[in-house]
Design a protein around this ligand. Structure first.
Ligand SMILES: Cc1ncc(COP(=O)(O)O)c(C=O)c1O
Length: 404
């Protein structure tokens, strides 16, 4: 694909032929036919276990599985497939890190008020279990941080800074590169939650200079049950795998064992082979379209969404006012309406799928926005169109007129 052609892209997504407007991409994306066919190819042509057999099916499956690692690593500019351990999703990647480090009483973890529960309660649990202090940095109501606040709390006791690159509620983009610098000045690790950034923005782990980066394949055109964790090279043989057993060893004796090289040492038991191979194909799809094009297209859609909703009486929008500062996510409420009722009405009246509720970010909802019932959230991806945005805005106008 040389030029970004949204109509051509839409042909690859059979669900879109059902007349649905899918604006729930932040929860999970749709999957193109090319990815579905890659998964079918695995089941039809080389359905076997990986890294365990000398027969031809196992050899082919292993080759495809390893290639997927390399493709995914290349997509985020990681040195090699060794740096990416496949996980079921972002949540598993974050929990992996929580279990990988040898916490000591008195250590400190720094996180923020805008995090998804997966990058929040995981650290509260480490705090409870090991006597680790968890410090929460607050942003303003648009999701803007004062870097001075990170400088104040990150100190030599800090072992880990855990922060999202893009908020799943506000859509704001967090300057994780600068936060990484502060963390590293104090020899702390930095983990970035890339669930909402990797699908939409070109990602370069070397430039970001992060230690861990967790992401969900199912939010970036991949199969459900796919995701990964980037681990910095220097840490590959320092951190403890979450699970060990079959597939993770170089040698075992009666008394001892030696773990295999990465990423096998992190992928215990039979992995999600079809999902990983499918995710590799999803990445190839995104690379063909070009992440720069994906971002440009989504910025246009987000801008129009924010502009259109801002003109409506009784609609409150959350997150950055300036569309330049947000990407693909617009959360809002309609005065006098429960967010679930708005979402249900859009679905019933116009087959428009949006998310409603707290979006797994209750600290943000309660402490920052003061809306414990949550919000409605419209989120876009590369196959959405300006026409869909206009249709959504039209439905919103009708809905608001009806409740007046
Ligand atoms: C910012 C963020 N982090 C983490 C997650 C968790 O992702 P998963 O459910 O794939 O583990 C999500 C999911 O919506 C998210 O938006």
């Amino acid at each position: 694909m040389e030029l970004f052609d949204v109509q051509r892209i839409r042909e690859d997504f059979p669900i879109l032929k059902k007349g649905i407007i899918y604006f729930d991409n932040a929860a999970s994306s749709l999957t193109p036919e090319q990815v579905v066919q890659k998964v079918v190819e695995f089941y039809h042509e080389y359905r076997a276990n990986v890294e365990r057999g000398v027969h031809r099916l196992s050899q082919r499956a292993s080759q495809e599985y390893e290639e997927a690692h390399e493709t995914i690593a290349g997509f985020i500019n990681a040195p090699s497939g060794e740096n990416v351990a496949m996980m079921r999703n972002t949540t598993e990647g974050i929990n992996f890190v929580a279990n990988a480090l040898d916490w000591r009483k008195g250590d400190k973890i720094v996180t923020t008020v805008i995090e998804h529960h997966s990058n929040y309660i995981t650290w509260l649990r480490v705090g409870r279990r090991y006597g680790v202090e968890v410090e929460v940095v607050r942003s303003d109501s648009e999701g803007r941080f004062d870097l001075g606040d990170f400088e104040k709390v990150i100190d030599d006791r800090t072992r880990l800074v855990a922060v999202t690159k893009v908020s799943n509620v506000l859509g704001c983009i967090v300057p994780v590169e600068k936060i990484a610098e502060i963390a590293h000045e104090h020899s702390a690790y930095i983990l970035v939650d890339g669930a909402q950034s990797i699908p939409h923005l070109k990602t370069d782990v070397k430039r970001m200079d992060v230690d861990f980066l967790a992401f969900s394949g199912h939010k970036m055109l991949g199969p459900t049950g796919s995701g990964g964790l980037y681990i910095r090279s220097e840490l590959l043989y320092e951190v403890e795998p979450l699970c060990i057993g079959g597939g993770t060893i170089a040698d075992v004796s009666l008394e001892s064992y030696e773990l295999a090289r990465s990423p096998m040492r992190f992928e215990a038991g039979t992995p999600a082979i079809a999902q990983v191979i499918g995710l590799g194909e999803a990445v190839r799809y995104l690379e063909r379209v070009g992440m720069g094009e994906v971002e440009r297209h989504e910025r246009r859609l987000t801008e129009r969404l924010v502009e259109g909703l801002a003109e409506m009486e009784g609609v409150e929008i959350y997150g950055p006012r300036d569309p330049k500062d947000r990407l693909g996510i617009v959360s809002f409420n309609v005065k006098g309406m429960n967010p679930h009722d708005v979402a249900l009405t859009l679905d019933v009246s116009a087959k428009i799928a949006v998310r409603s509720g707290h979006h797994c970010a209750l600290p943000l909802m309660k402490e920052l926005l003061g809306i414990p019932r949550g919000s409605v959230r419209a989120s876009t991806y590369l196959y959405n169109t300006v026409e869909e945005v206009e249709r959504f805005l039209g439905e919103m106008e009708d809905l608001i007129r009806a409740v007046k």
